[in-house]
Design a protein around this ligand. Structure first.
Ligand SMILES: [Zn+2]
Length: 298
């Protein structure tokens, strides 16, 4: 698999490795049944022979034929697997990703079809929550879709509140995560902290009282005056970039949809120094994630 695994962001190499659908089926099969881990998903038998479709496997015992896409996010895809790979490649490797409108032009597909597939990709881009932020972490919230100055205002109308955490490292900034929340309250902050921030971390927030109750669990949490963001310069640059990117794609969106964009943004952001594996990891996540049902765009 090592040699076979796609490395980097070079589209010429990508086109050389993935020429037609079978190349993609082969790739998925090698991830799905890595290290000869085949197990019939109907009877758990471990012996198989070649199935009907490319790289599918047929159980020797119950004859169940399973394709490499079955049970993955590529299941029941509305276009060819090669196109699906191209879309994943673009979204993983282009600095700003691609909107469903851009995808629909480039691949001659309907926009809702592109949106639906991109939504799946965004689900796969969610953090595995295996590596919480540690060290020095700066946390703040911001509004999306409203006047800047109305931070923490009571009535938020169409605006969405987002909490964001950024890891400070010696060379500057490390990883970051963000989550849509309803209120700037400790009840809303807590699940975000628990999911993304190590309890031992040196968390720094501004003096908003909503953060104070978290000191019970986060012993090293410190609150300092924000001085209109001047004390959190890196975090503010991060928020500006994030907002700029989201504004460039769309204006108003639901909570779920905004969360999808936040996950997409941070998937790329957190891997900006690991571009060699950015495509492969995403395919791997899409193989190992359960297929999701797409309802109407939220
Ligand atoms: Zn079987």
């Amino acid at each position: 698999m090592k040699k076979f695994r796609f490395v980097g962001v070079n589209s010429i190499k990508f086109n050389q490795q993935f020429k037609e659908d079978v190349d993609c089926y082969n790739y998925l099969a090698s991830i799905k049944w890595a290290g000869e881990s085949y197990k019939c998903n109907r009877c758990s038998h471990s012996k198989y022979y070649k199935g009907k479709k490319p790289f599918s496997r047929r159980c020797l015992k119950c004859k169940h034929d399973e394709s490499p896409t079955a049970g993955t996010m590529f299941d029941k895809c509305k276009f060819s697997l090669l196109v699906a790979f191209h879309i994943v490649f673009k979204i993983a490797t282009k600095k700003k990703g691609m909107s469903s409108l851009e995808l629909s032009h480039e691949f001659e597909l309907r926009q809702p079809t592109c949106w639906g597939f991109k939504w799946k990709i965004q689900q796969a881009m969610q953090s595995s929550l295996q590596h919480p932020l540690s060290g020095e972490i700066h946390v703040d919230e911001f509004f999306m879709g409203g006047p800047e100055e109305q931070k923490r205002g009571r009535s938020k109308g169409n605006k969405r509140l987002v909490v964001v955490a950024l890891e400070k490292v010696q060379e500057g900034v490390g990883r970051a995560y963000a989550q849509v929340i309803e209120h700037a309250s400790s009840e809303e902050f807590e699940p975000f902290f628990k999911a993304y921030i190590n309890k031992e971390a040196n968390v720094i927030t501004d003096q908003w009282p909503g953060y104070s109750p978290l000191k019970k669990e986060y012993k090293n949490l410190k609150q300092i005056p924000s001085d209109e963001g001047k004390n959190f310069p890196d975090l503010h640059i991060h928020i500006m970039n994030l907002k700029g990117w989201i504004r460039g794609i769309h204006h108003h969106c639901s909570k779920e949809r905004l969360q999808g964009y936040l996950d997409e943004y941070h998937y790329r952001y957190n891997r900006r120094n690991n571009m060699d594996t950015i495509f492969h990891k995403l395919i791997e996540k899409m193989v190992n994630n359960k297929p999701i049902r797409i309802d109407k765009p939220v």
